[in-house]
Ligand binder design. Structure first.
Ligand SMILES: Cc1cc2nc3c(=O)[nH]c(=O)nc-3n(C[C@H](O)[C@H](O)[C@H](O)COP(=O)(O)OP(=O)(O)OC[C@H]3O[C@@H](n4cnc5c(N)ncnc54)[C@H](O)[C@@H]3O)c2cc1C
Length: 390
């Protein structure tokens, strides 16, 4: 018995995603090798399949669906393409960036950005991490203050996926030098704004094709209507940011499934000692173990999708558990799949090498394992450790 039955609409969407993924699959190694992909073109293709603005309300041109629909789409595109980049197309129009804009207090901000994103004309990403503050987000140093009709931003960000290429950056800033979490809010910064400089960041071993860059704000003046939320709204922002963790969990699950599919295919074809290698009990059991891990991850990932608040914002405990487990499963299963491929698993002739790199690198986004475990423990125990004392 299935604990979760897809509706007919969800089944049709997943079939569409599979078809699109099969179309993209022959290109994903090139996007990885060249660290470049035709993102806008891919957005237009995804639009044909109804994959833009999945969770964006209909009044802004979106499909008005729920997080679980988003999860199914991300899982399937990763399973079919065995890689990270294709999911970025869905991320850019329905992921945490748009989710944060939907949470804006100000209607003008939603009207200005969401229809452009949903139409696939503009892409949107998230800018939180700074050179001195990654896990310690509540210490961030990028500041903003109001000057007439503009906010003036100063500071820098790093590891911003899509920096250089994206149009909109939902940027976390500290308002008026107010210390701690209570000073943090968010503003959408548009590419090309005077005072904003963007450069490529360091080369990464996986999650390639949409470079991760650095952003520098020097008296960068952003119109007032780009404000998402001012200070005093950290928990609302983090609630929208949980869509990032949801994405990350669904992606890891899909990559684990893709790596498993490849392991099955390879082990049925490859013969040693006159028999297909899956007949050796160590491999036979390895496949069983991989599927057990995948099934367990799928339950928690779907649970986090299904229990999202108003269908939109995943609950912090559910999504944190989903991210930790799916990241572990993605890494374990793709590594086992590499072993099943023998020496071929270490070559670029087989997808599993890229799947492994992608799932390992992607897991850093949205919070490291240790940070997610801190979140889970604080939810379970009802109190936070003082991080400064460790
Ligand atoms: C490929 C990639 C894409 C990314 N994309 C984006 C993006 O688009 N936007 C964005 O804003 N950021 C992005 N990031 C940044 C990512 O969110 C950070 O790398 C991550 O949050 C960790 O921060 P850090 O790298 O500064 O590591 P640090 O915070 O310096 O952590 C270093 C180590 O210390 C541990 N640690 C830190 N604090 C604690 C604690 N309290 N308890 C236990 N252990 C702790 C960590 O777990 C880790 O092991 C991306 C990163 C990568 C690698």
């Amino acid at each position: 018995m299935n604990l979760f039955e897809m509706t007919k609409e969800q089944q049709a969407m997943v079939e569409g995603v599979k078809e699109l993924g099969e179309k993209w699959l022959p290109n994903v190694s090139n996007w990885d090798r060249e660290d470049k992909a035709p993102l806008l073109e891919l957005m237009h293709e995804a639009k044909e399949y109804g994959l833009l603005g999945i969770t964006v309300p209909k009044e802004y041109g979106g499909r008005g669906l729920n997080v679980i629909d988003y999860v199914l789409a991300v899982e399937q595109i990763c399973r079919t393409t065995r890689s990270w980049l294709p999911a970025e197309v869905i991320f850019r129009s329905s992921g945490p960036g748009p989710a944060i804009i939907i949470a804006a207090e100000n209607e003008e901000c939603r009207q200005k950005f969401l229809p452009q994103i949903v139409a696939g004309k503009k892409t949107c990403t998230i800018a939180l991490t700074e050179p001195n503050h990654g896990s310690g987000l509540t210490d961030l140093e990028t500041t903003a203050y109001l000057d007439g009709d503009h906010y003036v931003i100063n500071g820098s960000k790093r590891f911003i996926t899509g920096a250089v290429e994206d149009d909109y950056y939902t940027t976390f800033v500290r308002f008026d030098d107010i210390p701690g979490a209570k000073g943090i809010g968010c503003i959408v910064v548009e590419k090309g704004t005077p005072g904003l400089r963007i450069e490529h960041g360091p080369e990464v071993m996986g999650a390639r094709g949409c470079p991760h860059g650095n952003m520098f704000f020097e008296n960068c003046r952003v119109p007032k209507e780009n404000l998402v939320l001012r200070e005093g709204n950290f928990s609302r922002l983090m609630s929208a940011f949980n869509v990032e963790r949801m994405h990350n969990a669904a992606l890891s699950l899909g990559l684990a499934e893709g790596a498993y599919d490849d392991a099955v295919k390879y082990s049925k074809k490859r013969k040693q000692f006159g028999r297909p290698i899956y007949e050796f009990q160590s491999l036979y059991h390895m496949l069983a173990e991989m599927w057990i891990e995948i099934e367990s991850a799928r339950y928690v990932v779907y649970k986090a999708g299904l229990t999202a608040i108003e269908g939109k914002y995943p609950e912090v405990l559910d999504v944190s558990i989903a991210k930790v487990l799916a990241n572990q499963v993605g890494r374990n299963v793709s590594y086992k799949s590499m072993q099943i491929h023998g020496g071929d698993g270490a070559t670029k002739d087989y997808m599993v090498e890229q799947t492994f790199r992608d799932v390992v690198v992607a897991s850093f986004g949205g919070g490291t394992m240790a940070v997610m475990k801190n979140v889970i423990a604080s939810q379970l125990l009802g109190e936070k450790l003082d991080q400064r004392r460790g």
